[in-house]
Design a protein. Structure first.
Length: 140
């Protein structure tokens, strides 16, 4: 992956065409995310979430039901560690041709935290958001 070219191509997708994320792309993204490290050596637990199964939504995004989210233990620099890793996930998805958008204020945080099984002492950091919606295809 040429990071500079990938950054140049990256854009936030708001309208997806309704096709599901391909299983091979989902697997590649999860494998990539699972191997990531950050400068603070703080692990992140990643999970793909199905909107229908978990009752999740974002009113400003249409046409996809797949999210990737992360949680981690509350610790100094957790937000920076998470942001560092999350941006790498976004760019990796872009390198596969998977459309993404970060979600923040338009999500039901309680529903996402429940779907992620966030427990005492854990957080879903929210720098620009802690959820990415994913789809292999989108509309312009």
């Amino acid at each position: 992956m040429n990071v500079i070219e990938t950054i140049g191509r990256r854009r936030s997708v708001r309208t997806f065409d309704g096709n599901a994320l391909r299983p091979e792309d989902a697997q590649s993204i999860m494998e990539f995310a699972g191997k990531l490290e950050n400068p603070y050596d703080l692990p992140v637990a990643w999970k793909l979430l199905d909107a229908k199964k978990h009752g999740l939504s974002s009113p400003v995004i249409v046409g996809t039901d797949t999210y990737i989210a992360g949680k981690m233990r509350r610790a100094p620099h957790a937000e920076e560690a998470f942001g560092y890793m999350f941006e790498k996930v976004v760019l990796f998805a872009e390198s596969l041709g998977v459309g993404t958008t970060w979600i923040a204020g338009t999500m039901n945080r309680e529903a996402f935290e429940k779907a992620m099984n966030v427990t005492e002492g854990e957080i879903m950091p929210s720098i620009d958001g802690s959820i990415i919606q994913l789809s292999d295809t989108w509309t312009e």
